[in-house]
Ligand binder design. Structure first.
Ligand SMILES: NC(=O)c1ccc[n+]([C@@H]2O[C@H](COP(=O)([O-])OP(=O)(O)OC[C@H]3O[C@@H](n4cnc5c(N)ncnc54)[C@H](O)[C@@H]3O)[C@@H](O)[C@H]2O)c1
Length: 281
């Protein structure tokens, strides 16, 4: 099937092209929000690509069917196996039905990568209660509905990754997003404890200031440069930096890591040194 708008799959990064140990051979990975939603690539797309390179069959879940199909085509063109599943992950009945469709297509599930999320930056007191509800539905509800639907069908020893944000630091604006991502991190800790007896690990990646489809939709070039300079490493990351961490956390290389939140953020935001306080000179 051909999509309405296409562009070359953005897989030139050295991480995208690296040889990977086939840790996920004969495994099934579900990637929620795995569609390729813009030419810059998204976190979910990059996760799907790396999981496929590690040998997994990929179920690409996305409400944007064109985006999901683009990811499938990119993986198939590279010799991998993938299938698109259209789903609104905020809709419980849709999520349950989609889990059944994935099981019919692929059998048991081993890995789940969930990159669905997003939110606005309206000031704390200007934001409506509907905005708060929407932020929780998109960033927290999706993760909970997805895990509830798939975990009963996951093979022991599987792994789940969710995607949070450096916005959890919470200096606003955009507090609904901050609160929802903070709750998501706690959900990961709780789910990890619950699923640990089955050997299923749950971790969360706290994403810093990366360039990707999400950022490209709302960032001027000036803000982009400012953002890059405010990170300790003085440069922005990209979707491959996040997917690389997700890949590691989903392989047996991370077999004793669960319930953790891993910031992948180039060292985080640093304020410029404003003086010599404490210096003897
Ligand atoms: N890019 C950044 O700077 C940045 C920073 C911090 C955190 N994040 C987080 O990273 C994640 C992904 O960001 P991205 O840049 O890859 O964005 P993206 O827009 O490329 O990916 C999100 C995908 O999720 C899909 N989606 C959204 N709502 C859905 C729903 N209800 N049901 C099914 N699919 C749905 C979209 O169609 C899209 O394909 C998000 O959770 C975001 O909050 C991004």
């Amino acid at each position: 099937m051909s999509t309405t708008e296409t562009w070359p799959a953005p897989v030139q990064d050295e991480i995208a092209q690296a040889e990977l140990t086939p840790w996920l051979k004969d495994k099934t990975a579900v990637v929620a929000g795995g569609g390729l939603s813009g030419p810059e690539g998204g976190v979910g797309f990059a996760m799907a690509w790396l999981f496929a390179r590690a040998g997994a069959r990929i179920a690409v879940l996305d409400r944007d069917t064109d985006a999901a199909q683009r990811t499938v085509e990119a993986i198939e063109d590279a010799g991998g196996q993938a299938q698109a599943f259209a789903v609104d992950l905020t809709d419980e009945a849709d999520v349950l039905a989609t889990a059944d469709r994935v099981l019919d297509a692929f059998g048991g599930i081993d890995v789940v990568g969930n990159s669905v999320g997003g939110g606005g930056i309206t000031g704390i007191f200007e934001t409506t209660m509907e905005d708060y509800q929407r932020a929780f539905d998109v960033n927290l509800g999706t993760a909970l509905l997805l895990m509830r639907a798939v975990q009963p069908h996951m093979n022991d020893g599987g792994a789940i990754i969710h995607v949070s944000s450096g916005a959890v630091e919470g200096r606003g604006p955009g507090l609904p997003y901050t609160l929802a991502k903070t709750a998501l991190e706690k959900l990961c800790v709780g789910a990890a404890a619950t699923l640990a007896p089955r050997g299923i690990r749950v971790n969360c990646i706290r994403v810093g200031m990366i360039w990707g489809a999400f950022a490209a939709r709302g960032l001027t070039q000036e803000r982009r440069e400012l953002r890059a300079r405010s990170v300790a490493m003085q440069k922005e990351g990209n979707v491959w930096d996040i997917a690389s961490a997700a890949h590691f956390l989903c392989t047996p290389a991370a077999r004793w890591i669960t319930g953790q939140v891993l910031p992948v953020d180039g060292g985080g935001t640093v304020a410029p040194n404003a003086g010599q306080a404490g210096s003897s000179s």
